[in-house]
Write a new protein. Structure first.
Length: 130
């Protein structure tokens, strides 16, 4: 075989290997999908299955379900439901965020039953783990 043909084959093999590597890395990390982002603590590399719930227009289009009303009234005192609806946090991160909002941002902390209802709702509908 001549050197040109050998060089051409080597270049083709190298580009195939590099192309396969790029393809795998692009599948492993998608910054637009936090559940597939290995840099997000506790994030799964699988796409979470979102609970099938209709948005409730009376509650800022939060998904209807247990805890939606408590969540709406607790959260819209400081921000819109759009902030909630865009989240995909780990369950641990929701717990941390709740504590941060109470301690650092002055959020009113409701009774334990209401707090648990809200955190369960947030983790059910806006978690990176589901």
């Amino acid at each position: 075989m001549n050197k040109t043909l050998i060089s051409l084959r080597a270049a083709l093999c190298a580009s195939a290997v590099i192309g396969a590597t790029v393809s795998v890395s692009q599948e492993a990390y998608d910054p637009m999908r936090p559940a597939g982002n290995p840099l997000v603590p506790g994030a799964s590399t699988q796409t979470p299955a979102a609970p099938a719930a209709e948005p409730d227009p009376e509650l800022g289009n939060l998904p209807a379900g247990p805890g939606a009303e408590d969540t709406y009234y607790q959260c819209v005192a400081c921000h819109s439901t759009a902030i909630i609806r865009q989240q995909r946090l780990s369950d641990e991160r929701w717990d941390y965020l709740w504590k941060w909002m109470v301690e650092e941002q002055g959020m009113f902390e409701p009774d334990e039953e209401t707090r648990d209802s809200i955190l369960t709702y947030l983790k059910t509908h806006f978690s990176s783990e589901r």
